[in-house]
Ligand binder design. Sequence first.
Ligand code: A2P
Length: 279
Amino acid sequence: MESKVENLSSRRTLSNGVGIPCVGFGTWQTPSGDVARDVVKKALEVGFRHIDTATAYGNEASVGEGLRLSGVKREDVFITTKQWTDIRGCAATVAAAEKAIQTLGVDYLDLYLVHWPAVAKLSADWAQMNADTWRGFEKLYKDGKVRAIGVSNFMPEHLEALKASAEVMPMVDQVEFHPGYMQRNVLDYCAANGIQVEAWSPLGSGRLLADPLVTKIGAAHGKSSAQTCVRYAIQHGIVPLPKSTHAERIAANAEVFDFALSDEEMSALDSMPETGYRV
Ligand code: A2P
Protein backbone atom coordinates (compact mmCIF):
# COMPACT_ATOMS: atom_id res chain seq x y z
CA MET A 1 0.00 0.00 0.00
CA GLU A 2 2.83 2.43 0.77
CA SER A 3 6.36 3.24 -0.24
CA LYS A 4 9.24 2.66 2.19
CA VAL A 5 8.82 4.13 5.64
CA GLU A 6 12.26 5.34 6.60
CA ASN A 7 11.92 8.76 8.25
CA LEU A 8 9.32 11.20 9.59
CA SER A 9 8.69 12.58 6.10
CA SER A 10 7.93 9.16 4.61
CA ARG A 11 4.31 9.02 3.59
CA ARG A 12 1.67 6.37 3.53
CA THR A 13 -0.91 6.74 0.77
CA LEU A 14 -4.56 7.32 1.61
CA SER A 15 -7.32 5.85 -0.56
CA ASN A 16 -7.63 9.13 -2.48
CA GLY A 17 -3.90 9.23 -3.26
CA VAL A 18 -2.98 11.87 -0.65
CA GLY A 19 0.26 11.10 1.20
CA ILE A 20 0.22 11.15 5.00
CA PRO A 21 3.50 11.34 6.96
CA CYS A 22 3.95 8.01 8.71
CA VAL A 23 4.23 9.42 12.26
CA GLY A 24 2.39 12.47 13.57
CA PHE A 25 2.88 14.68 16.59
CA GLY A 26 -0.07 14.51 19.01
CA THR A 27 -1.31 17.49 21.02
CA TRP A 28 -4.07 16.03 23.21
CA GLN A 29 -3.84 17.52 26.72
CA THR A 30 -1.22 20.01 25.54
CA PRO A 31 -2.21 23.36 27.06
CA SER A 32 -2.93 26.15 24.60
CA GLY A 33 -0.60 29.16 24.68
CA ASP A 34 3.18 29.01 24.98
CA VAL A 35 3.30 25.27 25.66
CA ALA A 36 1.40 24.17 22.56
CA ARG A 37 3.13 26.78 20.40
CA ASP A 38 6.62 25.78 21.55
CA VAL A 39 6.13 22.00 21.35
CA VAL A 40 4.73 22.23 17.82
CA LYS A 41 7.68 24.37 16.78
CA LYS A 42 10.05 21.88 18.45
CA ALA A 43 8.35 18.90 16.80
CA LEU A 44 8.74 20.52 13.39
CA GLU A 45 12.39 21.33 14.15
CA VAL A 46 13.18 17.69 14.91
CA GLY A 47 11.52 16.60 11.69
CA PHE A 48 7.87 15.83 12.40
CA ARG A 49 5.82 16.82 9.34
CA HIS A 50 2.40 15.86 10.65
CA ILE A 51 0.59 17.59 13.52
CA ASP A 52 -2.63 16.29 15.03
CA THR A 53 -4.97 18.54 16.99
CA ALA A 54 -8.72 18.82 17.63
CA THR A 55 -11.16 21.61 18.30
CA ALA A 56 -11.87 20.00 21.69
CA TYR A 57 -8.19 20.27 22.68
CA GLY A 58 -8.60 24.06 22.71
CA ASN A 59 -5.12 24.59 21.28
CA GLU A 60 -5.70 25.06 17.53
CA ALA A 61 -4.63 28.74 17.59
CA SER A 62 -1.34 27.90 19.35
CA VAL A 63 -0.70 24.95 17.03
CA GLY A 64 -1.04 27.35 14.08
CA GLU A 65 1.30 29.79 15.76
CA GLY A 66 3.92 27.08 16.30
CA LEU A 67 3.64 26.11 12.64
CA ARG A 68 4.24 29.68 11.47
CA LEU A 69 7.10 30.24 13.94
CA SER A 70 8.86 27.07 12.79
CA GLY A 71 9.40 28.51 9.33
CA VAL A 72 8.50 25.15 7.78
CA LYS A 73 6.36 25.68 4.69
CA ARG A 74 2.65 25.05 5.13
CA GLU A 75 2.54 22.62 2.20
CA ASP A 76 5.28 20.51 3.79
CA VAL A 77 3.22 19.87 6.94
CA PHE A 78 0.16 17.63 7.24
CA ILE A 79 -2.37 19.24 9.60
CA THR A 80 -5.29 17.36 11.11
CA THR A 81 -8.07 18.65 13.30
CA LYS A 82 -11.31 17.09 14.50
CA GLN A 83 -14.90 18.13 14.91
CA TRP A 84 -16.27 17.79 18.42
CA THR A 85 -19.52 16.03 19.32
CA ASP A 86 -21.45 19.26 19.87
CA ILE A 87 -21.56 19.68 16.09
CA ARG A 88 -23.66 17.26 14.04
CA GLY A 89 -25.32 17.64 10.64
CA CYS A 90 -24.19 18.99 7.28
CA ALA A 91 -24.40 22.80 7.59
CA ALA A 92 -23.03 22.93 11.15
CA THR A 93 -20.13 20.70 10.07
CA VAL A 94 -19.14 23.01 7.23
CA ALA A 95 -19.30 26.05 9.53
CA ALA A 96 -17.24 24.28 12.24
CA ALA A 97 -14.53 23.31 9.77
CA GLU A 98 -14.32 26.85 8.42
CA LYS A 99 -13.93 28.12 11.99
CA ALA A 100 -11.19 25.58 12.76
CA ILE A 101 -9.33 26.56 9.58
CA GLN A 102 -9.54 30.20 10.64
CA THR A 103 -8.42 29.45 14.22
CA LEU A 104 -5.42 27.49 12.96
CA GLY A 105 -4.65 30.37 10.59
CA VAL A 106 -4.31 28.12 7.55
CA ASP A 107 -6.05 28.06 4.15
CA TYR A 108 -7.00 24.39 4.18
CA LEU A 109 -6.79 21.25 6.31
CA ASP A 110 -4.98 18.12 5.24
CA LEU A 111 -7.36 15.95 7.23
CA TYR A 112 -10.61 16.64 9.06
CA LEU A 113 -12.04 13.96 11.35
CA VAL A 114 -15.35 13.28 13.09
CA HIS A 115 -13.94 13.10 16.64
CA TRP A 116 -16.49 10.57 17.98
CA PRO A 117 -19.46 8.88 16.32
CA ALA A 118 -23.02 9.38 17.46
CA VAL A 119 -23.69 6.04 19.19
CA ALA A 120 -26.74 3.84 19.84
CA LYS A 121 -26.30 4.12 23.62
CA LEU A 122 -26.96 7.87 23.46
CA SER A 123 -29.10 8.42 20.35
CA ALA A 124 -31.67 6.14 18.75
CA ASP A 125 -31.04 7.86 15.39
CA TRP A 126 -27.25 7.59 15.65
CA ALA A 127 -26.83 6.19 12.13
CA GLN A 128 -28.78 9.04 10.55
CA MET A 129 -26.86 11.59 12.63
CA ASN A 130 -23.54 10.20 11.44
CA ALA A 131 -24.79 10.09 7.84
CA ASP A 132 -25.90 13.75 8.01
CA THR A 133 -22.61 14.87 9.52
CA TRP A 134 -20.72 12.92 6.91
CA ARG A 135 -22.50 14.81 4.10
CA GLY A 136 -20.84 17.94 5.53
CA PHE A 137 -17.46 16.21 5.42
CA GLU A 138 -18.05 15.20 1.81
CA LYS A 139 -18.98 18.77 0.92
CA LEU A 140 -15.79 20.12 2.53
CA TYR A 141 -13.80 17.55 0.59
CA LYS A 142 -15.48 18.29 -2.74
CA ASP A 143 -15.09 22.04 -2.16
CA GLY A 144 -11.35 21.60 -1.61
CA LYS A 145 -11.32 22.91 1.98
CA VAL A 146 -9.82 19.63 3.20
CA ARG A 147 -7.53 17.26 1.33
CA ALA A 148 -8.84 14.16 3.11
CA ILE A 149 -11.72 13.27 5.41
CA GLY A 150 -12.03 10.64 8.07
CA VAL A 151 -13.34 9.58 11.43
CA SER A 152 -12.07 8.83 14.90
CA ASN A 153 -13.21 6.22 17.38
CA PHE A 154 -15.52 4.61 14.81
CA MET A 155 -16.00 0.89 15.31
CA PRO A 156 -16.78 -1.38 12.34
CA GLU A 157 -20.54 -1.09 12.95
CA HIS A 158 -20.33 2.72 12.64
CA LEU A 159 -18.29 2.48 9.44
CA GLU A 160 -20.60 -0.15 8.02
CA ALA A 161 -23.66 2.04 8.71
CA LEU A 162 -21.95 5.02 7.07
CA LYS A 163 -21.30 2.94 3.97
CA ALA A 164 -25.06 2.80 3.28
CA SER A 165 -25.18 6.51 2.38
CA ALA A 166 -21.59 7.69 1.89
CA GLU A 167 -20.44 8.79 -1.55
CA VAL A 168 -16.85 8.99 -0.32
CA MET A 169 -15.79 6.59 2.43
CA PRO A 170 -13.53 7.84 5.27
CA MET A 171 -9.86 7.70 4.37
CA VAL A 172 -8.75 7.44 8.01
CA ASP A 173 -9.99 6.03 11.31
CA GLN A 174 -8.07 7.30 14.35
CA VAL A 175 -8.51 4.99 17.33
CA GLU A 176 -6.75 4.06 20.54
CA PHE A 177 -3.96 1.65 19.66
CA HIS A 178 -0.87 0.51 21.51
CA PRO A 179 0.64 -2.71 22.84
CA GLY A 180 -2.05 -4.18 25.04
CA TYR A 181 -4.87 -2.52 23.11
CA MET A 182 -4.77 -3.34 19.43
CA GLN A 183 -8.49 -3.47 18.54
CA ARG A 184 -7.89 -6.13 15.94
CA ASN A 185 -11.51 -5.95 14.71
CA VAL A 186 -11.00 -2.30 13.73
CA LEU A 187 -7.64 -3.04 12.10
CA ASP A 188 -9.12 -5.90 10.08
CA TYR A 189 -12.14 -3.87 8.96
CA CYS A 190 -9.99 -0.91 7.96
CA ALA A 191 -7.50 -3.09 6.08
CA ALA A 192 -10.34 -4.72 4.14
CA ASN A 193 -11.88 -1.34 3.30
CA GLY A 194 -8.79 0.70 2.42
CA ILE A 195 -9.00 2.91 5.52
CA GLN A 196 -5.72 4.08 7.09
CA VAL A 197 -5.64 3.58 10.87
CA GLU A 198 -4.03 6.20 13.07
CA ALA A 199 -3.13 5.52 16.72
CA TRP A 200 -4.06 7.88 19.51
CA SER A 201 -2.32 7.18 22.81
CA PRO A 202 0.36 5.07 21.10
CA LEU A 203 2.22 5.05 24.45
CA GLY A 204 -0.94 4.10 26.34
CA SER A 205 -0.96 7.74 27.52
CA GLY A 206 2.34 7.07 29.25
CA ARG A 207 1.05 4.07 31.19
CA LEU A 208 3.02 1.57 29.11
CA LEU A 209 6.36 3.21 29.68
CA ALA A 210 7.24 1.14 32.75
CA ASP A 211 5.72 -2.08 31.42
CA PRO A 212 8.26 -4.91 31.89
CA LEU A 213 7.68 -6.56 28.49
CA VAL A 214 7.80 -3.31 26.50
CA THR A 215 10.88 -2.19 28.45
CA LYS A 216 12.64 -5.52 27.90
CA ILE A 217 11.95 -5.57 24.15
CA GLY A 218 13.10 -1.95 23.83
CA ALA A 219 16.28 -2.61 25.83
CA ALA A 220 17.24 -5.43 23.44
CA HIS A 221 17.49 -2.74 20.72
CA GLY A 222 18.96 -0.02 22.96
CA LYS A 223 15.63 1.81 22.75
CA SER A 224 13.18 3.21 25.30
CA SER A 225 9.72 1.82 25.83
CA ALA A 226 8.26 4.98 24.20
CA GLN A 227 10.34 4.39 21.06
CA THR A 228 9.33 0.73 21.09
CA CYS A 229 5.63 1.65 21.16
CA VAL A 230 6.01 4.11 18.27
CA ARG A 231 7.89 1.50 16.25
CA TYR A 232 5.26 -1.14 17.04
CA ALA A 233 2.54 1.03 15.45
CA ILE A 234 4.70 1.80 12.41
CA GLN A 235 5.35 -1.90 11.80
CA HIS A 236 1.61 -2.54 11.96
CA GLY A 237 1.17 0.00 9.15
CA ILE A 238 -0.54 2.38 11.54
CA VAL A 239 0.23 6.09 11.88
CA PRO A 240 1.09 6.78 15.56
CA LEU A 241 0.60 10.23 17.09
CA PRO A 242 2.90 10.33 20.16
CA LYS A 243 2.43 13.36 22.37
CA SER A 244 4.94 15.05 24.66
CA THR A 245 5.47 18.47 26.18
CA HIS A 246 9.20 17.82 26.81
CA ALA A 247 11.71 18.80 24.13
CA GLU A 248 14.04 15.85 24.74
CA ARG A 249 11.17 13.36 24.60
CA ILE A 250 9.80 14.90 21.40
CA ALA A 251 13.23 14.41 19.83
CA ALA A 252 13.57 10.87 21.23
CA ASN A 253 10.15 9.81 19.96
CA ALA A 254 11.36 10.61 16.45
CA GLU A 255 14.33 8.20 16.68
CA VAL A 256 12.44 5.16 15.56
CA PHE A 257 13.83 4.40 12.11
CA ASP A 258 17.14 2.76 13.05
CA PHE A 259 15.79 -0.49 14.46
CA ALA A 260 13.13 -3.07 13.71
CA LEU A 261 11.10 -5.33 15.98
CA SER A 262 11.24 -9.00 15.08
CA ASP A 263 8.12 -11.03 14.26
CA GLU A 264 8.40 -12.68 17.69
CA GLU A 265 8.62 -9.31 19.44
CA MET A 266 5.61 -8.01 17.47
CA SER A 267 3.59 -11.12 18.42
CA ALA A 268 4.56 -10.79 22.07
CA LEU A 269 3.36 -7.16 22.07
CA ASP A 270 0.20 -8.15 20.15
CA SER A 271 -0.75 -10.64 22.82
CA MET A 272 0.02 -8.56 25.89
CA PRO A 273 -2.74 -8.44 28.49
CA GLU A 274 -4.99 -5.40 28.09
CA THR A 275 -3.22 -2.40 29.48
CA GLY A 276 -2.82 1.32 28.93
CA TYR A 277 -5.15 4.25 28.66
CA ARG A 278 -8.50 2.53 29.03
CA VAL A 279 -7.50 -0.27 31.36
P1 A2P B 1 4.90 14.51 28.65
O1 A2P B 1 3.92 15.22 27.75
O2 A2P B 1 4.99 15.12 30.03
O3 A2P B 1 6.25 14.30 28.00
P2 A2P B 1 0.42 9.14 24.46
O4 A2P B 1 1.09 9.74 23.27
O5 A2P B 1 0.23 7.67 24.39
O6 A2P B 1 -0.89 9.85 24.79
O7 A2P B 1 1.38 9.35 25.70
C1 A2P B 1 1.69 10.63 26.14
C2 A2P B 1 2.22 10.54 27.57
O8 A2P B 1 3.50 9.92 27.55
C3 A2P B 1 2.37 11.89 28.16
O9 A2P B 1 2.09 11.78 29.54
C4 A2P B 1 3.85 12.22 27.94
O10 A2P B 1 4.33 13.05 28.95
C5 A2P B 1 4.49 10.85 28.03
N1 A2P B 1 5.67 10.71 27.14
C6 A2P B 1 5.73 10.98 25.84
N2 A2P B 1 6.93 10.65 25.32
C7 A2P B 1 7.66 10.17 26.33
C8 A2P B 1 8.98 9.67 26.45
N3 A2P B 1 9.80 9.60 25.41
N4 A2P B 1 9.40 9.26 27.68
C9 A2P B 1 8.58 9.32 28.75
N5 A2P B 1 7.33 9.79 28.71
C10 A2P B 1 6.86 10.20 27.54
